[in-house]
Structure formats: C-alpha cells, structure tokens
Write a protein that binds this ligand. Structure first.
Ligand SMILES: NC(=O)c1ccc[n+]([C@@H]2O[C@H](COP(=O)([O-])OP(=O)(O)OC[C@H]3O[C@@H](n4cnc5c(N)ncnc54)[C@H](O)[C@@H]3O)[C@@H](O)[C@H]2O)c1
Length: 278
C-alpha cells in the first residue's frame, strides 16, 4: 500500500473495481486497470492519468487464461512488480431456478466470476511468492457467506470464498509472505444490474427470464443496488483498511450479519436454510 507499490485491479472500468483503482492511485500507487469493456477502460485510465496517477490500461477478459497471463506480463513490463492483486471482475447473470439456466449462462457466470479468480491466482501467485510483500483481494459477495441464492451468481461467490480460504491455508503451509482477503460486499451502487452488456454472444442463448416473478425479483434486486447501495469509494476504503489490518473477510454491510450467523446455526441444527433475502 506504500506509494510506488503496484496494484492490479480487474473489472476496473466501473463500480467497485474503479473505486479500488481510484483509491490506490490516491494512495500514490501505480495502478494497472484491466477490463473487458475497452472504451470504459480507456476512459477510466485517462481520467486517472489526468489527475497525475501512474496507470496502465490492459484490455482483458478474465475468463481467458492466456489474457490474464498477458495482463501479468504487461504489468511487470510497465512497473516491475505487482504488490496488490484485486480479482474483482464479476457479472450477475440470471436469477431463475437453476434447471432453467442455459449452458451458456452457467459458462458465462462461472467462467468470469470463478474462472477469473482462478486465472488470477494461477498467473500471478508464482510472481507474488518471489517478492518481499504482496496481498490478494478476491471479490466475492455477501451472497458467498450466507445461504446460497441468486442462481449461478451465488454459487460462484460461495466458491470464491472457499477458494480464498483454501489459498490462505496454502500460503500458511508454504510460509508465503502473501496476504489474502475476500471482499464480501452487500449492495454497492454500480453498473452491476447491466452485467449482460458484457455477455459474449458466442455462448449461445441466454436464459429466458421473462416470467413475471423472475422479472419482479430481478427488478427489486437491481433497485436495491441503486437505492440502498454503498458508494464504491466507501467499499474501497474498507478494502484499504482491510489490507492494512490483514483482515481476511471484508464485509461492508452490517445489516447482513444476522443472515451470516443464522447460516452457521442452521447448518449445525440440520437446516433447512432460511431465505437470506426477501
Ligand atoms: N454491486 C453490488 O452490489 C455488488 C455486491 C457484492 C459483490 N459485487 C461484486 O463486485 C464486483 C464488481 O462488480 P460491480 O458491482 O462493480 O459491477 P460493474 O458492472 O459496475 O463492474 C464490473 C466490471 O467488470 C467488468 N467485466 C465483466 N466481465 C468481465 C470479464 N470477462 N473480464 C474482465 N472484466 C469484466 C465489467 O466490464 C465492469 O467494468 C463483482 O465481482 C460483483 O460480483 C457487487
């Protein structure tokens, strides 16, 4: 987090990722912004560099292992090292009953959300292990720590939490000087509700979410992000404090704590799970 250290942020063109990139730049760090949405990525990098930040924009689809390796190589070529890696890029996808979700949507949501974090770990960890200090922040969601919900999205976020816990144990066993945090935000005011703007058409048909109840639940969820969501800058503040304090789980919405505790009680009592969300 010291000035001139290097941060790499995926999904940096918008929302939480942009908030992180802006905050790291304000801390004097050199920032590599990666995103699949190239015009927004270029615009975000230009704004930061006008303010005097040292930035590099690397168009990257995190679901593509080769592109994430190129991201690492370009970061090292430009700035010589990577000290903070934020595997943050993520998409929402359908909230429909699981059996109605199309193969393309499963591939999209799991490929970006979970595959993107896996690609980040595989490409960057060997480099980070060689350095004097480094920290990885994986963006999950509060939907990764209370009972599963929201279709493939919640499943991908539970997997990111489990991946981060496993990575933490792996680092402990290896005596690595690499910290890990898993960011589990509640609602944040971002462009998340329009994630489908980045869904590749090559994945085939999207899930038919035109049913009345699916549409109503979706609209309620998207409205919540806008009306009750935190600002990305606040979330970035939680992350910076979390890295400084070596916090593993970084939560941003206290109003979800009861649902998190309840899940533990339900598991021990034999369940069933209570719906975490209206
Ligand atoms: N907004 C919320 O309420 C909320 C809550 C909990 C967790 N999150 C998580 O925060 C992260 C960021 O989402 P956000 O809310 O800022 O949404 P956002 O849509 O504003 O930002 C996501 C960014 O990821 C990029 N992206 C999408 N697919 C990509 C890919 N294949 N490769 C690289 N970049 C890609 C998008 O172009 C976009 O710039 C996600 O992982 C999301 O699941 C968001």
């Amino acid at each position: 987090m010291a000035p001139d250290r290097v941060a790499v942020v995926t999904g940096a063109a918008s929302g939480v990722g942009l908030g992180l990139a802006e905050r790291f730049a304000a801390e004097g760090m050199q920032v590599v912004l990666a995103d699949v949405e190239e015009p927004a990525l270029r615009a975000a990098a230009a704004r930061l560099s006008e303010r005097g930040a040292k930035v590099l924009a690397v168009p990257t689809d995190v679901a593509n292992a080769g592109q994430v390796e190129s991201l690492r190589d370009e970061a090292v070529r430009a700035f010589g090292a990577v000290h903070v890696l934020c595997n943050n890029a993520g998409v929402g996808g359908p909230h429909d009953p699981l059996w109605r979700v199309t193969p393309g949507d499963w591939q999209w949501v799991l490929g970006v959300n979970l595959g993107g974090v896996i690609n980040g770990i595989r490409s960057f960890v060997p480099l980070l292990l060689e350095q004097d200090a480094a920290h990885i922040v994986n963006t999950a969601s509060v939907f990764g720590v209370f009972a599963g919900a929201l279709g493939p999205y919640g499943i991908s976020k539970h997997a990111i939490v489990a991946l981060s816990e496993t990575l933490y144990f792996d680092f402990q066993a290896a005596g690595a000087r690499v910290g890990v945090s898993v960011l589990c935000p509640g609602a944040v005011r971002t462009r998340f509700g329009t994630s489908a703007r980045n869904r590749p058409a090559s994945l085939g048909p999207a899930t038919d979410s035109s049913g009345e109840s699916e549409r109503a639940s979706r609209e309620q969820f998207d409205r919540l992000l806008v009306t009750a969501g935190r600002e990305p800058a606040d979330v970035a503040g939680f992350v910076v404090d979390g890295i400084r304090q070596s916090r593993f789980y970084i939560l941003t919405s206290e109003n979800r704590n009861d649902a998190i505790r309840r899940r533990g009680d339900e598991i021990v009592a034999g369940g069933p799970p209570a719906a975490p969300f209206p």
